[in-house]
Design a protein around this ligand. Structure first.
Ligand SMILES: *[C@@H]1O[C@H](CO)[C@@H](O)[C@H](O)[C@H]1NC(C)=O
Ligand SMILES: *[C@@H]1O[C@H](CO)[C@@H](O)[C@H](O)[C@H]1NC(C)=O
Length: 416
């Protein structure tokens, strides 16, 4: 039997089961509990487990920047803004720094957008440095640990390496002043200079209300086998090809553009969100960075994410069993993607779909406003709470210095 007729049978088959599944879901029987490696931690309540002190900074570090460009509320790095708002009114916030477990510095480093809305990270290092200078001279807490009990939200492509090209990001490395702090970032890749031990990998921001408004009835069958919308080549930034997405997206296009099981294109239709709800598998290949908002969209829309990004570290990986939910395909195996996906047994597909249907899974991917129990804000706090108590070694002796304030490119040392 050819792949495509086999695939067609599978579609009919899974569409049938999906209907059944949706029905059973309504009776509240057939969702599977998500049990993370750390136990059933997605439903943990962080309140009472940690106290966070929010530094008060001049508004030029946050609110004023946002006023200049309100588009920052909607792009995929917007978590830095919503996390700030969330913490200001969260019951974990303490106004007494003496009793704080964690210190948070609200700097919006990704709110400098090109006319097309692309965030530029070039001023971020100076801005971050300036903020740290300010907190370390006005409060005693930074010097006590040189940031080891401080956390920062750095959602840019390669986190605190502050560059969107991997080569340059690696060359820069993590901003020297942040080397003891806990970084909350979207970037996650094993053994990479831009991901330090102990960082918390979070989902990128995807607009919750907008996604909600595109939900279609779960009874509509998933008649698309594989779905993808996005770039295959980035000719502007990678004219010779092979560097963008390490060639993985180009390989998807070259191998499957004419394959009827693959609904792939660069065109972004207005039915994009609906289409994901009609698909069994949604490709989540790396782009410039290994992660993209597609992962969040796939989870929200119950489409099994096919993760093509070697060594990626997925959001809240200590709480979410991603191997059970998604499918990992090595970048080098992209040419066999059709065979890999069509050979997954139906019962395995159904189990992944049941796990994806679990509301706690979807909740953990979102930054809703106002916040809701179990959402991404709460998962970040849970992650911070799990790191407590701090090891005694984080507290420096009086006068002891570890960080080098003059390290890094000269341009980063200029005042902001
Ligand atoms: C912290 O250390 C820096 C650099 O040594 C110093 O300039 C600053 O005054 C110290 N901050 C406080 C609050 O003592
Ligand atoms: C700090 O970094 C600068 C620039 O890399 C270097 O010249 C200097 O020796 C370093 N200082 C210490 C104390 O390591």
């Amino acid at each position: 039997m050819s792949n495509s007729s086999w695939g067609f049978l599978l579609l009919v088959f899974s569409a049938f089961f999906l209907n059944l599944d949706a029905f059973e879901l309504r009776k509240g029987q057939k969702t599977e509990r998500i049990s993370g490696s750390a136990g059933d931690v997605l439903e943990d309540d962080p309140v009472g487990r940690l106290k966070v002190f929010v530094y008060e900074l001049p508004s030029k570090y946050n609110k004023k920047i946002l006023q200049k460009d309100p588009r920052c509320l909607n792009h995929m790095f917007a978590a830095e803004i919503y996390m700030h708002r969330f913490l200001l009114s969260s019951p974990v916030r303490t106004l007494n720094p003496e009793e704080a477990d964690w210190f948070y510095t609200p700097v919006y480093t990704t709110c400098d957008l090109t006319p097309n809305g692309l965030p530029l990270p070039f001023k971020s290092p100076r801005m971050m440095r300036s903020a740290i200078q300010l907190i370390s001279s006005n409060w005693p807490y930074w010097n006590r640990t040189e940031g080891a009990d401080h956390f920062f939200i750095v959602p840019h492509d390669f986190g605190a390496c502050f560059h969107y090209q991997e080569e340059k990001a690696i060359e820069r490395g993590i901003l020297p002043l942040l080397q003891r702090a806990t970084l909350v970032q979207t970037f996650g890749q094993k053994n990479h200079v831009c991901l330090k031990d102990g960082s918390i990998t979070v989902p990128p921001y995807a607009p919750p209300q907008k996604m909600q408004s595109h939900l279609i009835p779960p009874s509509i069958p998933r008649s698309i086998f594989v779905y993808f919308r996005g770039l295959f080549y980035d000719v502007g930034n990678d004219p010779e090809g092979g560097y963008y997405a390490r060639g993985a997206r180009a390989a998807v296009w070259e191998n499957f553009k004419d394959n009827p099981l693959f609904d792939i294109s660069t065109e972004h239709p207005t039915t994009y969100y609906e289409d994901m709800q009609r698909a069994v598998f949604c490709l989540c290949p790396l782009g410039w960075a290994p992660w993209s908002p597609r992962l969040v969209e796939a989870v929200i829309f119950g489409c099994i994410p096919v993760i093509i990004a070697d060594d990626i570290v997925l959001p809240f990986a200590d709480a979410i069993p991603w191997e059970d939910i998604g499918v990992y395909v090595d970048e080098k195996d992209v040419p066999n993607l059709d065979a890999i996906l069509t050979s997954i047994p139906t019962e395995v597909i159904l189990r992944k779909q049941r796990l994806l249907a679990n509301p706690s899974m979807k909740q953990a991917m979102l930054f809703p406003h106002p916040a809701q129990p179990g959402d991404a804000f709460h998962q970040i706090l849970n992650g911070l709470a799990r790191k407590l108590p701090h090891d005694k070694s984080v507290y420096l002796r009086k006068g002891e210095k570890v960080l080098n304030w003059t390290a890094g490119p000269l341009a980063d040392l200029k005042p902001w």
